[in-house]
Design a protein around this ligand. Sequence first.
Ligand SMILES: *Cc1c(COP(=O)(O)O)cnc(C)c1O
Length: 511
Amino acid sequence: MIYYKSTRGNGKRYAFSEAILKGIADDGGLFVPEILPQITLENLKLLQNTSYQEKSIFLLNLFQPDYANGIIRRIIHKAYSSNFDSAEIAPLVHLKNTLYVLELWHGPTSAFKDLALQIMPIFFSEALHKDNKKRISNDEKPLHYLILVATSGDTGKAALEGYKNKKDITIMVFYPHGHVSQLQELQMNTQEGSNVAVYSVDGDFDTTQSLVKDIFNDREFNNRLFSEYQTVVSSANSINWGRLAPQIIYYISSYLDLVDKKVIKLGEKIDIAVPTGNFGNILAAFYVKKMGLPIRKLICASNENNVLTEFLRTGIYDVSNRTLIQTPSPSMDILISSNIERLLFTIINNSEQVSRWMHELKADGKFEVDNRVKAILQQEFYADWVSNINCLQNIKKIFHETNYLMDPHTSVAQAVVEKYLKQDGDTLPMVICSTAHFAKFPNDVYKALKGDSAAPPADEFKTLELIFEYIRGGSVPKSISSLKNKRIRFNKKCNADIDLAENLIIENIVS
Ligand SMILES: *Cc1c(COP(=O)(O)O)cnc(C)c1O
């Protein structure tokens, strides 16, 4: 069996289901598999011409999750079904020349987070129920879990959809007031389900995230939750291994799609470009490469919060002189990319060194890797970034060139790809991750198409209508159009105050 261990190495080993329930290791590290399973060309050949679901079952089983095979099959078929508006789940579309777009937004919330967050909650609740059965038979009280989420927009909604109405679980989402798009806000505030709650926080994403982190780290409060309410706090963001494993699947499926389209022969290399924030999505691509999928370069695309560009080029991670900048790609507005920790651990396999770097980052806002690691980063990744203006200009340019309208996050990746192609003569087929549907970001897409001086209407639904008139085709995804008639269930704003937030938590658990 493959076990999971912490990047900060307290030596303990955990099964897949335990890693998912715990979210983060007791020593503060992140869970990683002890060995990465390998995937051979024969495996790939067998997966050709199978459905996304069949590929998922095969690939997740490589990680030897401690669930009965019938359960994995059931989980996959539940997670990837008519809740996606494409039978292919993650279709690959030709953009131009050697460029292909991997559309990861056909799920219920129109962002790539669905690919993981439609599955992970089912894994989570299966593990919880197994655990609770054991507790009950030992005459212990069953546990309740509280999933706490700080979101810049997309994770919150995807986690709410995944965890809604799950037994013995409550989910609470906090988002920064005024820092998500109107439609993202509406997606969250109209959320259905009996175990969900949503609050906006007076502050930006950093404030919101530190509020949630402070609650995680408040020992006394966590002890009280456990002793009085049998409740354990856990996380749905990409520090959880359950978010990463399902993301491996679509890279392999896109590779096989290129083989199907006769763009490459089995065994030939491709490049992959990913618009990056917390480094979860691109880390899955890195794992896939280590597992043996023929990938040449991983292109790490950033917006003006370009700390990762600097890091992957120089080996210096430095946020000490940076403040978060607002961009048209809010889901990438992040300075501390948690999954860098997993990347470094995978490269050096030395938990003491990883702990030192992470402690330096926390204490001084920076750390520097040695020359050997730096050389590996430069070898594996091409990193670059685009300005806010260039991101929007690129949306219009690509639309006029190809008739394909992309969202601002995807545009960041595509614009970085253009830079990469200019400096590198030897082109390979390129898979560009499209992480959200453009309809989630009407104001910026409207500005992109009509020019910066054009003020969009106050109502984002109206703005969407104008965008669809302009592009003459397509239709608003159901996840967005259906919001118009939904009742607003949540509109409470709270201060970034830990006592207040903890009282809200108790209220929600009790009710
Ligand atoms: C979350 C998100 C990203 C960033 O993904 P990471 O895994 O955090 O790097 C990019 N684009 C969109 C639309 C997202 O929602």
